[in-house]
Design a protein around this ligand. Structure first.
Ligand SMILES: [Mn+2]
Length: 255
């Protein structure tokens, strides 16, 4: 959600929460962007309304599970139960069809992703330099008795790796989830909604309410569905009937 930033589509989320009832609402982190609020307070009424709406849902019987992310990590210091709201590091959700799904924010994989981002940056800045250095590197290699090796080609391979960092992230998350003995893992964090089978584990990313206005819902039969572009009504585009299809949903996950 990143409430507290100008990019946050609070009104769209508010509408979504208003129009749909859930048994369980998972908030998969970064609901409030404390990093941004530290730089300057931006807190319009609509952002307040989202928080109020979630609290009201809790009072009316929705179970709320809040999993702090990296932008609201101060909440990780307040784990515990507060009425119908639980703040926990991660959750294991059992679907109606008996699968176990690990619900987490996803910044746990940041060290891996950061490294990949750095490689991308290095690749970008250093490519021309590497081209220039290539003859020197190979002169040294020749001197030491090694064969020809293209530094720039190696760098290019690295950049290609970096471009597919989302893929690397998704695989990283799936690997991370293996230790929890689950059939699926659901996260947010990278703002890229997806449902993707990765070996024995299905990767779910519920996306965000900044660019995608997306949420992951579980239907009464355990089927998971990714809803995207849940902006305010645009009748021409809308093929999704929220109140009909979601009223039966036992749970929902959002960012
Ligand atoms: Mn995050």
């Amino acid at each position: 959600m990143h409430l507290g930033t100008r990019g946050s589509k609070a009104k769209a989320l508010l509408d979504f929460l208003r129009e749909n009832e859930f048994q369980t609402l998972y908030i998969a982190g970064d609901l409030i962007d404390i990093w941004s609020l530290r730089r300057g307070i931006y807190w319009p009424q609509s952002h307040n309304d989202v928080v109020q709406k979630i609290l009201r849902k809790a009072r009316k019987g929705t179970r709320i599970i809040y999993i702090p992310g990296n932008h609201d990590e101060f909440l990780a210091g307040h784990l515990g139960a507060y009425g119908a709201i639980t703040i926990q590091k991660h959750a294991i959700h059992c679907t109606a069809d008996g699968r176990r799904i690990l619900v987490m924010h996803g910044h746990e994989l940041d060290t891996v992703v950061q490294n990949i981002k750095w490689l991308a940056l290095l690749g970008d800045l250093g490519y021309q330099l590497l081209l220039a250095l290539n003859p020197l590197v190979n002169a040294i290699r020749r001197f030491l008795g090694f064969g020809y090796w293209s530094l720039s080609q190696a760098a290019k391979r690295r950049v290609k790796d970096a471009v597919s960092f989302i893929g690397a992230y998704e695989h990283g998350i799936a690997r991370y989830a293996e230790r929890f003995n689950v059939q699926g893992v659901l996260c947010g964090h990278i703002h890229t909604p997806a449902i993707r089978p990765l070996g024995a584990i299905t990767y779910y990313n519920c996306g965000d309410w900044v660019e995608n206005c997306s949420a992951m819902v579980e239907h009464a039969d355990g089927r998971m569905e990714l809803l995207t572009n849940l902006q305010l009504p645009t009748p021409t585009k809308s093929t999704f009937l929220p109140s009909q299809s979601l009223n039966r949903s036992p749970s929902i996950v959002t960012v």
